[in-house]
Design a protein around this ligand. Structure first.
Ligand SMILES: Cc1ncc(COP(=O)(O)O)c(C=O)c1O
Length: 454
């Protein structure tokens, strides 16, 4: 019988994460202190991160063991299945073989718990009592709430205001797992009060919510900050996705030609692709495609330069593609893709032309998501739907050229809490935002920080 799923047993789950830093084709530019323009030191980060995570951030070890307590929680849903999308292939009439790695099977419904569990573990081990974080669509906030629940940590989530209103049920998940949730910007922090005074009607953004969570952590001794994407240690924890996928493709007797993932801050894409990027750097012919919304086109229209990771300018400066830290994307439904920057590791690889990037407007993305739901059954998160759209487009190219490529994409999460977005699509009221950002990007890029002495 033709198989639809390639499964690994729990004992086949990887025991180490893969760190791409020693394999990079160029040195990774360091984080800089905004006041001095000098590389930051581990001590600069110690106010908001535990030592183990700071060490992982700069580690040059290729393999980093996954602690047993983290593996035991991973086992609740990992290894996740790799599916062959036979029904989608048939509907498209493509000679391509399409696979997707299903990260929607985690309790929170996305890939985010892969790093949330690791971060909660290391913070707990360091004696921390509470984690503060931001969340866009609520996927990250619910993942961290879940992880804090397992490790007996309190959890405070600053949720981007537009998502707080659009996605009340992710808020419910966070409450069930014991977190407190606030619509950001709030009046609980200096950063939030300042942002509200500047624009009382603001819909919020990830950059703003990060400012609030960082300030909360920096001003409370028992509290650390936790970031759901962008940083090196987050990419590291997510590599369990790609490492499992590699084993599963080998079981299916496949070599991937094209790997695809959506990009918000870059973590699901990186975690899925980095173990294969190592193969490309050793000469294998593989294409990697990162997909983002045209409403927040960081990789496709941003500048590769140093910028703050948040809106208020509290974080170190990060070398990355950025739309400018003051860029506030429109309230598209893929809330997790509304971030002005991207992971520095991913940006370096895009800059080095190892990884391609493309952007789509909302409506064609939802059209592809509906086709996927109709054929494969699972309803993609709006973020994930960006990867679905690119996979569908690549499969259509195969149909035109008659080339039977192996296309594999990361199914980063399900959309069960995003149904108002699907309603809007079905009613024809979703707006495609494409024109406006060019002006906004120009304006936000004019606000880039100037490096001291440069
Ligand atoms: C389902 C899903 N996919 C993708 C993303 C984008 O984040 P990242 O690029 O870090 O994977 C998010 C972010 O919230 C998400 O919820």
């Amino acid at each position: 019988m033709d198989s639809y799923k390639i499964l690994l047993s729990e004992s086949e789950m990887p025991q180490e994460w893969y760190n791409i830093i020693p394999d990079l084709p160029a040195p990774l530019p360091p984080y800089l202190h905004p006041a001095t323009g000098e590389p930051i030191t581990p001590q600069d980060l110690a106010a908001i991160f535990p030592l183990e995570l700071i060490q992982q951030e700069v580690s040059v070890e290729r393999w980093i063991p996954i602690p047993d307590d983290v593996r035991r929680i991973y086992q609740l849903w990992r290894p996740s299945p790799l599916h062959r999308a036979r029904n989608l292939e048939a509907a498209l009439g493509t000679p391509a073989r399409i696979y997707y790695k299903n990260e929607s099977v985690s309790p929170a419904g996305s890939h985010k718990p892969n790093t949330a569990v690791a971060q909660a573990y290391y913070n707990r081990a360091a004696g921390i009592k509470r984690l503060a974080t931001e969340t866009g669509a609520g996927q990250w906030g619910s993942a961290l709430a879940l992880a804090c629940n397992f490790f007996n940590l309190a959890c405070t989530v600053y949720m981007v205001k537009v998502s707080y209103q659009q996605k009340p049920y992710r808020r419910s998940l966070m409450h069930i797992w014991g977190a407190e949730v606030y619509p950001s910007p709030t009046d609980r922090t200096n950063a939030g009060r300042h942002l509200r005074a500047r624009d009382p009607e603001t819909s919020g953004s990830l950059g703003m919510a990060i400012s609030e969570a960082v300030e909360d952590a920096a001003t409370h001794g028992d509290t650390n900050y936790s970031l759901g994407s962008v940083l090196n240690h987050v990419m590291l924890h997510q590599t369990i996705i790609g490492l499992e996928t590699k084993k599963q493709l080998a079981l299916a007797g496949e070599e991937p030609d094209i790997l695809i993932g959506c990009v918000g801050g870059g973590s699901n894409f990186a975690g899925f692709c980095f173990p294969f990027v190592a193969d490309k750097l050793r000469g294998k012919d593989i294409r990697f495609i990162g997909v983002e919304p045209t409403a927040c086109p960081t990789l496709t229209k941003g500048s590769y330069t140093y910028d703050f990771g948040d809106t208020a300018g509290l974080t170190p400066l990060i070398m990355m593609y950025t739309l400018g830290h003051s860029f506030v994307p429109s309230g598209i439904h893929a809330g997790g893709l509304r971030y002005h920057g991207d992971a520095p590791l991913l940006c370096l690889l895009v800059h080095e032309k190892i990884i391609e990037a493309r952007a789509y407007p909302q409506n064609p993305v939802f059209e592809a998501a509906r086709l996927f739901a109709a054929t494969e059954g699972i309803i993609p998160a709006p973020e994930t739907a960006h990867a679905v759209k690119a996979a569908v487009d690549e499969a259509r190219v195969c149909k035109e050229t008659g080339k039977a490529r192996c296309i594999v994409f990361n199914f980063s999460g399900h959309g069960h809490f995003d149904l108002t977005a699907y309603d809007a699509y079905l009613e024809g009221t979703l707006k495609d935002i494409e024109i406006e950002p060019d002006e906004m990007i120009k304006k936000a890029l004019a606000d880039l920080p100037r490096l001291p002495g440069k």
